[in-house]
Design a protein around this ligand. Structure first.
Ligand SMILES: C[S@@+](CC[C@H](N)C(=O)[O-])C[C@H]1O[C@@H](n2cnc3c(N)ncnc32)[C@H](O)[C@@H]1O
Length: 212
């Protein structure tokens, strides 16, 4: 049986056991870097959703991207990573639920989700959880900002979540170099002008559909 990736208690226990270790799910910065570099520059505001103990953020920081906010629901992992990265002062670590972001609207240039959508999909009321996350991600992105999803699963399997009626962004796949070692799906969702209004107009329908 699969571990219960959708349960915050699973992550709490795992990170308490993994004290001092790091692990990047799905892909690391090495394979994602060519895509990320086409989307942002060193002044960009970056949100890492469900950061875990991945080295992605540190590697991005060392590569010149300093305005990084890392969030995770697990207090243990946020404490560990804040301590591990104390010499990277511009990078922040916060305990936060991706479904209820404590940031202003139109704030980030990019939100990176590596495996977090997959974790939510293993939880209870998973479709509503994912819809709440995408609603919040769209809100905190600037118009033209990008939600980058790196996910497990067969090709296109996340499109039904990324093309929900409350979302108004252009969903596309990045160009991936033939030499690339990427093996997982990468989706890019670029927020369009008017997205906040589309969400306001359609959210109740989506919430009612999944909130049963
Ligand atoms: C599959 S791991 C991916 C970790 C990291 N992004 C990586 O690529 O290695 C999923 C992460 O999402 C976090 N998570 C799960 N549910 C969450 C929620 N509702 N809000 C914030 N983080 C959550 C877990 O604690 C875990 O660190």
């Amino acid at each position: 049986m699969l571990p219960n990736y959708g349960n915050p208690e699973y992550w709490k226990k795992l990170y308490e056991e993994q004290q001092g270790k790091t692990y990047d799910w799905l892909e690391g910065y090495k394979t994602l870097k060519p895509i990320i570099k086409t989307l942002i520059n060193p002044t960009s505001k970056i949100l890492i959703l469900g950061c875990g103990n991945a080295e992605l953020s540190e590697e991005m920081y060392l590569d010149g991207f300093h305005n990084i906010e890392n969030i995770d629901i697990s207090e243990a992992v946020i404490q560990q990573m804040a301590s591990r990265c104390h010499h990277m002062p511009e990078m922040k670590w916060k305990i936060m639920d991706v479904r209820d972001l404590e940031y202003p609207s139109n704030f980030f240039d990019i939100a990176i989700d590596k495996g977090t959508i997959d974790a939510l999909l293993c939880g209870t009321n998973s479709y509503l959880s994912v819809a709440r996350m995408t609603k919040e991600v769209q809100r905190v992105l600037k118009v033209g900002g990008v939600y980058m999803v790196v996910s497990l699963g067969v090709c296109d399997s996340k499109l039904e979540h990324l093309e929900s009626k409350h979302l108004y962004w252009e969903t596309y796949y990045p160009d991936i170099d033939e030499e690339s070692d990427i093996v997982h799906d990468v989706y890019l969702c670029k927020k369009k002008e008017g997205a906040d209004k589309v969400c306001e107009d359609n959210w109740h329908e989506i919430e009612a559909k999944f909130n049963r």
